[in-house]
Design a protein around this ligand. Structure first.
Ligand code: DGJ
Length: 782
């Protein structure tokens, strides 16, 4: 047991826990095969490096919690001090015990479920002189996902002892030298998860969030890989911090000879004081190795997330009212919108911002979580009854962590507002006007004219919990869109994030049937900490399909697509002003948790028929899209991308060939379909969502043309199909249609061994679209 060896699904970890030093990860990466105790011992011995000149006089090893005391002059794993004690002294931790947990509660804290097959190790360390102990939990799931976290205890239990002021407590994992290329993410509002690549020289590449939420520029994943690693190729080691507050994640390449990935909560000075006898547990760091590029990361992460997901049923098709009506709420308008939604097949109607007392714009009323009596004299009941009668369930937007200075709650309880509210800020009509002078004269800045409710204040917490549960008790609400529209800029991110988790957990405990979506000005809070508690994330505030292609592509490296809210927006996107064709918008929104964010009452009849066709297809495809393996071909031309979802049994798949811009050559690269079983035969055929994509070609590729014809000029070619083996489709591929820029073509791929396909059953789509809902009286309401 002194050299634990954990193996799962092609990945492994070897830990040298001999002696009294902090254990060392000898290997994290590919599975090393069967190794008995003797071979492990030899491996650990053989991993002890030389002693370099002008260095410490023992071999330097990068431990699980490295500090200066062990000769590690890179970024330390733990730092802190005890006021009145000796300053500037690194902890010198010693190993006291290693426990092998076998199968343990390897689960997200919120669910409390156990995951079968998880291998667990617990490592106990202590610095007797500093009176600090650290416990490290390490787990490897059956999918090969590694999780680590530390718990630091102040063992100075004498009440007179000072608290331990924690500076940092981070997870540091070694990566080999060959992982010299980095990928992480940045972004801004409506442009989240933009990839950025770099080559790490000696030093630290650190991404830090001080937003009080991960932020639009969230690093998301920190991946180090072999040079040029792509979606399908290269070795990759990646980490993610399952935490929704401030954090730092970094890659370090030390001149001492080690490279590592680090992650942990970013603590402000004095933010975390561990009292005598008390403990602090860090968020989990989730770490994944892939021998097959970024798709290999998803292949571990998606089934792992699905194994503990809070999602119970299928993801309903949503209509969200935000871009349809904004703050202009009234019953007749929303009832008409609900009717139009029901007719095309929407399953959930979500009333966005604007429903509560005095909320006529974004400058006021947050925190006054009472239904506006003027707009809604009968409460929300008439609307909800209408929505139910139309066959949909009902969702409601809330922003529980926020408060407007111009609100009854802030006026009554200025002490609940983080950063405080001055007299001008609380009361007068000038409150929260957003003018520069307010920012200067107020004790804290407004952002979208709003402030943050101090959830760490038990009274504020109790009040907002009571309001949320009162709404859920009064109304049959199936779903909360839980928004968060500003950085904190005041107060403690740690305290607020812990309280937020407690609040969601408490609401869920009281109303276990209610689903929650995490939204933060779009996708500024998408992380595995919040994911333990929610059923959907709002991926971005942009519904522009061109932006969405990239945002969804990279968001789905970490998260399974069923979590990623993606909506069909208006032809001209509200966030970019770019106009896109309906077929491109539909093909883009299909690959997530699909919905609509458009005033459908303005859509013409042809558009509504197309949308109904799309929804019927989505419902048919949902089992595949939301349980399958996400695959992305590595493009040779950045303007052209191919991505898809393959069923776990490799019987069927759906692919999208996407033209983001004009191709760089007259004939784009062949479509090479990844993820199929090489020896099986598949039929590839185009899939129509009601309207074919626009092409610029004199004739389609021969395989797409109607049998016996050479294809008409300009036609996409919807009648052709071809049957080939998975190996041929992956290695040789098929000529692509010449898509116009900002178009996407969909292809079904079905094994032709007698199994009925879930994706090519045209009859059921036709039935759904021409069903009485669209054809009879309902249609007259359109
Ligand atoms: C920001 C969200 O991201 C939007 O979808 C919308 O809910 C608005 N807030 C409402 O204020």
């Amino acid at each position: 047991m002194s050299i634990p060896y954990l193996r799962a699904a092609g990945t492994s970890l070897v830990l040298d826990a001999r002696g009294t030093g902090v254990p060392v990860i000898v290997h994290w990466g590919a599975d090393l095969g069967d190794l008995n105790g003797e071979l492990l011992e030899t491996l650990a011995d053989a991993s002890v490096p030389a002693i370099s000149p002008s260095s410490i006089d023992v071999p330097l090893r990068l431990s699980l919690l490295p500090t200066l005391a062990a000769g590690w002059s890179g970024r330390p794993g733990v730092s802190g001090f005890r006021p009145g004690g000796r300053g500037g002294v690194a902890l010198d931790l010693r190993l006291t015990e290693v426990q092998s947990g076998g199968v343990r509660a390897g689960v997200p804290s919120a669910s409390g479920r156990t995951l079968p097959g998880t291998q667990a190790l617990t490592i106990f360390l202590t610095d007797a002189a500093a009176r600090v102990a650290v416990r490290t939990d390490l787990e490897l799931s059956v999918e090969g996902v590694l999780r680590l976290r530390h718990t630091l205890t102040n063992t100075g239990d004498d009440p007179a002892s000072a608290p331990f002021e924690l500076g940092s407590l981070d997870v540091i994992l070694p990566v080999p030298d060959r992982a010299g290329e980095l990928l992480d993410f940045t972004g801004l509002w409506t442009h989240e998860r933009r990839p950025q690549r770099s080559t790490l020289g000696h030093g630290v590449w650190s991404r830090e969030s001080r937003h009080g939420r991960p932020g639009h520029d969230d690093s998301y994943l920190m991946a180090a890989g072999t040079p040029g690693f792509g979606f399908r190729t290269g070795e990759v080691w990646a980490t993610h911090l399952a935490w929704s507050g401030d954090k730092h994640v970094w890659a370090e390449n030390s001149a001492l000879g080690y490279s590592a990935l680090g992650s942990g909560e970013l603590l402000a000075p004095g933010e975390l004081r561990v009292a005598p006898g008390a403990s602090h547990t860090t968020p989990w760091t989730v770490a994944v190795y892939s021998a097959a590029g970024l798709d290999g990361l998803s292949a571990r992460l998606h089934p792992w997330v699905r194994s503990w997901s809070t999602i119970t049923g299928h993801r309903p098709v949503v209509l969200n009212t935000w871009e349809a009506v904004y703050f202009d709420h009234d019953l007749p308008t929303l009832a008409r919108l609900a009717d139009a939604a029901a007719v095309v097949g929407v399953e959930r109607f979500v009333l966005d911002d604007g429903w509560f007392t005095g909320r006529s714009d974004d400058r006021r009323a947050l925190g006054d979580w009472f239904v506006d009596p003027v707009t809604w004299p009968g409460g929300l009941h008439p609307l909800i009854e209408h929505v139910h009668a139309a066959g949909m369930d009902f969702g409601l937007w809330v922003e529980p962590e926020m408060v407007s200075a111009d609100s009854d709650v802030a006026r009554a309880h200025p002490e609940w507002v983080l950063g405080g509210v001055d007299a001008a800020g609380v009361g007068g009509s000038g409150a929260g006007t957003g003018s520069a002078s307010v920012g200067v004269s107020s004790p804290a800045l407004t952002w979208r004219f709003q402030r943050v409710l101090d959830l760490g204040n038990p009274d504020a917490f109790g009040w907002v919990f009571a309001r949320l549960t009162a709404l859920l008790n009064e109304y049959p609400i199936a779903y909360l869109k839980w928004d968060h529209n500003r950085d904190l800029l005041a107060g403690s991110s740690h305290r607020q994030t812990v309280a937020l988790y407690r609040l969601i957990d408490a609401v869920r405990a009281e109303h276990p049937g209610v689903e929650i979506e995490s939204c933060a000005s779009g996708g500024a809070r998408v992380d595995l900490g919040i994911l333990e508690r929610v059923d959907r994330v709002w991926t971005s505030d942009t519904n522009d399909p061109l932006e969405r292609q990239q945002i969804q592509r990279y968001s789905s490296v970490l998260l399974p697509p069923e979590y990623l809210g993606g909506h069909l927006g208006a032809a001209t996107a509200h966030t970019t002003g770019r106009t896109s064709e309906l077929s491109f918008r539909l093909a883009t929104a299909l690959f997530g948790s699909a919905g609509i964010e458009w005033d459908l009452t303005r859509a013409n009849e042809a558009e509504r028929v197309q949308i109904a066709t799309w929804i019927a297809r989505y419902k048919q495809l949902r089992p595949l899209l939301h349980s399958g393996v996400v695959v992305r071909a590595d493009p040779s031309d950045p303007a052209i991308e191919l991505h898809g979802v393959v069923s776990p049994d490799q019987n069927s798949a759906l692919f999208a060939q996407v033209a983001l811009a004009a191709p760089r050559a007259a004939l784009p690269e062949r479509m090479r379909f990844p993820g199929l079983a090489p020896e099986r035969r598949y039929r590839v055929a185009p899939l129509s969502l009601g309207a074919p994509p626009r092409t610029i070609q004199d004739a389609p590729p021969a395989w797409l043309a109607e049998p016996g014809s050479s294809g008409a000029a300009g036609a996409f070619g919807t009648d052709g199909s071809v049957t080939l083996t998975g190996a041929v489709l992956a290695l040789v591929g098929l000529p692509a249609p010449l898509l116009a820029p900002e178009q996407a073509a969909l292809f079904t791929v079905d094994a032709v061994d007698g199994l009925r396909s879930v994706v090519t059953d045209q009859a059921s789509v036709t039935r759904a679209v021409s069903a009485p809902r669209l054809a009879d009286s309902a249609e007259s309401r359109l």
